[in-house]
Design a protein around this ligand. Structure first.
Ligand code: ZN
Ligand code: ZN
Ligand code: ZN
Length: 299
């Protein structure tokens, strides 16, 4: 793993997302209408875009499902367990904020305060403190080791994400005659969660044919981790994952095209800064092959 903060490599993944159906990317997170319209999220210049955070959410969720399947099959990557915790459920998180209710016995943690002590962030911090001051490197190392494959890649409250999704901007603004369409929605009963007749609201969509520029920057990852990420992106390439809201109504289906992967290594950094470096193009299939070929049944 080497030094945690040292630059090892930076990989840029670019692609074009072509929408096959209209896309609903509201600027309101909630799907529940509040009586007002749900406008499409736009830049101050009025250009629709897909927030990087929603792209990341979709790709992370897919990667987590993939990792859970591999884990259930007992497959690991070169003896490293491949798994994903449930980031929304504290009881099954790879690393929890505290163990037990109050974590009171952890003032001098020896690693056995309770069942959850090993994966408790508070206990880890106690264990990483020597002579009253915290050894950051020891703590980060332990946090990394205990984190699941998904948290290591996409981040957690305690680990920085190594994958950054940029906002995907609309590329064919001029081509699309009307950038945004208004549709009718049906109100949802807040208590019953069912459609409520008589309540209608408008929501905006970006029409089919819209093309968005996708850019993902990945730092300090190994080839197999890129392969794993690309497996999830392949599902987007094939149009298997919908994006945005109202996907059950057929919205949000698209395909990823012109996928390119380019890498800058640490030893090229100076050349790159002085504008002399050629970025190394990596074939996505090759990276996926690296991941697949390292999979094996644990003993
Ligand atoms: Zn604890
Ligand atoms: Zn403890
Ligand atoms: Zn996790």
């Amino acid at each position: 793993m080497g030094d945690f903060w040292a630059f090892e490599n930076r990989t840029t993944i670019t692609a074009t997302l072509v929408m096959k159906t209209a896309l609903s990317i509201g600027s309101q997170a909630s799907l529940l209408p509040t009586g007002s319209d749900l406008p499409v999220i736009k830049t101050p210049e009025g250009l629709p875009y897909i927030p990087g955070s929603s792209l990341k959410g979709v790709v992370r969720a897919y990667t987590e499902r993939l990792l859970c399947t591999l884990d259930e099959m007992g497959l690991s990557y070169r003896d490293q367990r491949l798994w994903a915790c449930d980031p929304l459920d504290e009881r099954v998180r790879c690393v929890t904020a505290t163990c037990g209710r109050e974590c009171t016995s952890c003032e001098r943690c020896e690693g056995d305060c309770c069942d959850d002590c090993r994966r408790c962030k508070r206990c880890m911090t106690q264990r990483a403190a020597q002579d009253g001051h915290l050894n950051d490197e020891v703590l980060t190392q332990e946090l990394f080791e205990l984190s699941c494959t998904a948290c290591r890649l996409f981040g957690s409250p305690w680990l920085a994400s190594r994958v950054a999704f940029q906002d995907a901007m609309l590329l064919n603004n001029e081509e699309l005659l009307r950038r945004v369409e208004v549709r009718d929605g049906v109100g949802i009963d807040r208590d019953l969660g069912t459609a409520k007749p008589g309540i209608k609201y408008d929501f905006e969509t970006v029409p089919s044919g819209a093309r968005f520029g996708v850019r993902i920057v990945v730092e300090n990852v190994e080839d197999w981790e890129l392969g794993l990420l690309l497996l999830a992106l392949e599902a987007l390439v094939r149009g298997e994952i919908p994006l945005g809201g109202k996907t059950s109504r057929g919205l949000g289906w698209g395909e990823l095209r012109d996928l390119r992967v380019e890498r800058l290594r640490a030893d090229q950094l100076l050349d790159w800064l002085t504008d002399r470096a050629q970025l190394e193009a990596l074939p996505p299939e090759e990276l996926i092959r690296v991941f697949r070929s390292g999979l094996s049944q644990g003993e």
